[in-house]
Design a protein around this ligand. Structure first.
Ligand code: ATP
Ligand code: MG
Length: 392
């Protein structure tokens, strides 16, 4: 038996971002996602008991900062606590509170102790535990005062079946729903700022993601494609495992350039993307598409333009950033760590053959006429057939 103090993460029912879903399904998915995410940090035991998920490191060299960072990126958790595990003994709990919370208590002016005794075999009732632990803290930190109304620090003591726990404030979680509980969707991912944010936002609502990226070599480079993989790996810290599908798009873009009026290049291209993405999404059992379009941001994102793109999609198209300003989107991209990758200057297929004066008020008729100029069906079939899933 070693005496090294152990730490644990506690996620309580009140801290689950549960809405509308059966609690059992929600928790099972959450525990599965947590297990998978934590695997890279070492071995853990995850237990569900007394309306709490216990995340307990089993290796002594696991860094709890890493564990907390990892847990804070798993959707479905509104908040969690990092706690010291203590023997169920009052003197041990007093010593642990003083030792474990030393830095926080030294920096505070006021505190209070809140105790919960779930294990009724523990001989002291909650108010007595609070009084005893509070006394020990006052003795160790004479500058402190008790304030039960607005304390700087709340010291939590919990006596549960598996042990006793001491902790302070809750840590904010990522919110949202566990990935997978809302089904599958395919995100059209570019190397830009917006689509990784869109992917993050929909994963937050519980969608497991397949990512579709269109590349047009040699107009687009190997580096541009690598950037997309880097972005997806970063989004994966939140969204979990992402299936990646690369679509060869060169022939289609060349055909558009050769056959369509220049002012419609971008829109015809976007409709081809939607057609291909819809087919791949059907094949991959996805129920929706996700894009990073934001109203009015560019010519292809006006209402008439979006109407033309939507017309060829065979499933709902989610555009979570549609009502966000660029600044707001950038704020999220910084928060999730995709911004610095997105701003690396590599060309996307959208910047190949861009029209000088794109149409901002296109009609479906204009587009259908432009597309009638060439036989795109075989090209679409070929692109879909050649688009194979790879691991990131
Ligand atoms: P982003 O910042 O996401 O690149 P954007 O503002 O640059 O978006 P567009 O380039 O017009 O806008 O693209 C709009 C949306 O179309 C993107 O958010 C993305 O969902 C999709 N898209 C664009 N280029 C590609 C691509 N090469 N592969 C897959 N999807 C793409
Ligand atoms: Mg773009």
């Amino acid at each position: 038996m070693t005496d090294t103090p152990r730490e644990i993460v506690l996620i309580k029912n009140g801290e689950l971002a549960l809405k509308g879903l059966n609690r059992g399904t929600f928790e099972t998915a959450l525990v599965k996602n947590l297990k998978r995410r934590l695997r890279s940090l070492g071995s853990f035991e995850l237990r569900r008991a007394q309306s709490t998920i216990y995340v307990e490191p089993l290796d002594s060299d696991i860094d709890m900062d890493d564990v907390c960072r990892c847990v804070s990126q798993v959707f479905g958790i509104a908040a969690f606590s990092r706690a010291r595990v203590v023997e169920k003994d009052l003197a041990a709990i007093q010593a642990a509170a003083v030792d474990y919370l030393r830095d926080t208590l030294e920096a505070a002016a006021t505190f209070k102790v809140e105790s919960k005794r779930a294990d009724k075999t523990f001989p002291y009732p909650s108010p007595a535990i609070s009084a005893e632990v509070g006394g020990a803290i006052l003795e160790a930190f004479p500058h402190l005062k008790v304030d039960v109304h607005e304390p700087d620090v709340i010291v939590n003591v919990e006596i549960r079946d598996f042990g006793a726990y001491v902790h302070t404030a809750q840590i904010p979680g990522a919110g949202g729903m566990p990935v997978g509980t809302a089904g599958y969707a395919a995100v059209l991912i570019s190397g830009g700022i917006d689509s990784p944010v869109a992917a993050y936002m929909m994963a937050k609502r519980g969608l497991a993601l397949t990512a579709i990226h269109f590349a047009s070599p040699p107009y687009t480079s190997e580096r541009a494609e690598q950037k997309v993989r880097d972005l997806l790996r970063q989004v994966g810290h939140y969204a979990g495992r992402i299936k990646y599908i690369l679509v060869p798009f060169t022939e289609i873009q060349e055909a558009i350039r050769d056959h369509c009026p220049e002012e419609l290049f971008t829109l015809v291209m976007r409709r081809m993307m939607m057609r291909i993405a819809s087919r791949i999404a059907e094949r991959e059992d996805c129920g929706a598409l996700i894009t990073g379009e934001s109203l009015g941001q560019v010519a292809s994102q006006t209402v008439p333009a979006l109407r033309c793109t939507d017309a060829v999609a065979t499933m709902p198209v989610f555009r979570p950033v549609i009502g966000m300003d660029k600044e707001e989107i950038i704020r999220v991209s910084r928060k999730i760590g995709t911004f610095d990758i997105s701003i690396q200057p590599y060309e996307d297929c959208c910047t190949v053959f861009t029209p000088r004066h794109p149409r901002t008020r296109p009609t479906l008729r204009m587009l259908e006429e432009a597309e009638a100029a060439f036989d795109f069906e075989p090209l679409l079939n070929k692109a879909v057939a050649d688009a194979v899933p790879t691991t990131l």
